[in-house]
Design a protein around this ligand. Structure first.
Ligand SMILES: [Zn+2]
Length: 114
């Protein structure tokens, strides 16, 4: 099975926005890369203020993005900051991280507030 990457970072960000907004629900959003409804979103955050980062990927084609700073919505479970990579690996498989183009405005790295 060879899935060629065709979804851009912006495509992924758009879909991430849809999925994030629907939390704690789980929308039937198809993967921007392969079209399968196998998207997964996991958070690692501080217990105190629920600020942390997110991993967003597709379980089918194993492509995805990382969100460097975000807030975990109320009612959504997350992994505690300090969770080891080995522990995370039980939930989060290795996947190919899609990055923004090098020329992208640094602002694009900031989390969008919904
Ligand atoms: Zn996919």
């Amino acid at each position: 099975m060879a899935v060629v990457q065709h979804a851009s970072y912006d495509d992924w960000r758009r879909v991430y926005g849809d999925v994030y907004e629907a939390l704690p629900g789980r929308p039937d959003t198809p993967c921007p890369n392969c079209g399968h409804k196998a998207l997964r979103l996991e958070f690692v955050a501080r217990e105190s203020d629920r600020i942390g980062y997110a991993m967003f990927w597709c379980d089918f084609c194993r492509f995805g993005i990382r969100i460097s700073r975000t807030w975990v919505p109320t009612g959504v479970p997350f992994h505690a900051m300090g969770t080891t990579p080995e522990e995370l690996r039980k939930t989060v498989p290795e996947y190919t991280v899609v990055y923004p183009p090098p020329a992208a405005d640094p602002e694009d790295f900031e989390e969008v507030t919904f």
